[in-house]
Design a protein around this ligand. Structure first.
Ligand code: ADP
Ligand code: MG
Length: 140
C-alpha cells in the first residue's frame, strides 16, 4: 500500500476540552504525519455542505449546529494506508463500541460529540482535503 493522504477534523467537543495536542499525538505516535493543520470556525454553510451526505438523517441539523458551536482543527494526515489507518486510530462512531486505546474510546463524549472526523475512502479524502485546503497549505 502506497503513501496516502486523509482528512481529519478535531471537533468542537475536543477543542473545548483542550485535547488538540493529545489527539494529534495519537496520529503521530501511530505513524501518521500532519502535513497541513489549521484551527478554524466552520461556517454553517460549510458544515451543511461538508455533511451533505447525511442531510436526510434525523441528526443532521443537530450535527451541523454542533460542528459550528466552537473551533475545529482541520488537518491532512499522511502515511501508509492513511485512510484506513486513521479510521482504526479514531475507533467506532459510537464511543461505547470503540476499541480500547482509540481516540473515541478515550475522549469522545457520545455518538455525536465524538471528538474526530476522518475520511472513509480515498475518494472522499481527496474531496474533503480540497474543500478546506489549497495545495500551497499542504507541505509533505
Ligand atoms: P463517522 O464520523 O464515524 O464516519 P458517520 O459518517 O456515520 O460517522 O456520521 C458522521 C457524524 O455524525 C458522526 O461522527 C457523529 O458526529 C454524527 N452522528 C452519527 N450518528 C449519529 C447519531 N445516531 N446521533 C447523533 N449524531 C450522530
Ligand atoms: Mg463518516
Amino acid at each position: 500500500m502506497a503513501v496516502q493522504r486523509t482528512f481529519s477534523i478535531i471537533k468542537p467537543d475536543a477543542t473545548a476540552r483542550n485535547l488538540t495536542g493529545k489527539i494529534t499525538s495519537k496520529f503521530e505516535e501511530q505513524g501518521l504525519r500532519i502535513v497541513a493543520s489549521k484551527r478554524i470556525r466552520m461556517s454553517r454553510l460549510q458544515a451543511r455542505e461538508f455533511y451533505g451526505v447525511h442531510k436526510e438523517r434525523p441528526f443532521y441539523d443537530e450535527l451541523v449546529e454542533y460542528m459550528v458551536s466552537g473551533p475545529v482543527v482541520v488537518q491532512v494526515l499522511e502515511g501508509e494506508n492513511a485512510v484506513a489507518r486513521n479510521r482504526e486510530i479514531m475507533g467506532a462512531t459510537d464511543p461505547s463500541k470503540a476499541a480500547a486505546g482509540t481516540i473515541r474510546k478515550e475522549f469522545a463524549e457520545n455518538i455525536e460529540r465524538n471528538s474526530v472526523h476522518g475520511s472513509d475512502s480515498p475518494e472522499n479524502a481527496a474531496n474533503e482535503i480540497r474543500f478546506f485546503f489549497s495545495d500551497t497549505e499542504i507541505v509533505g
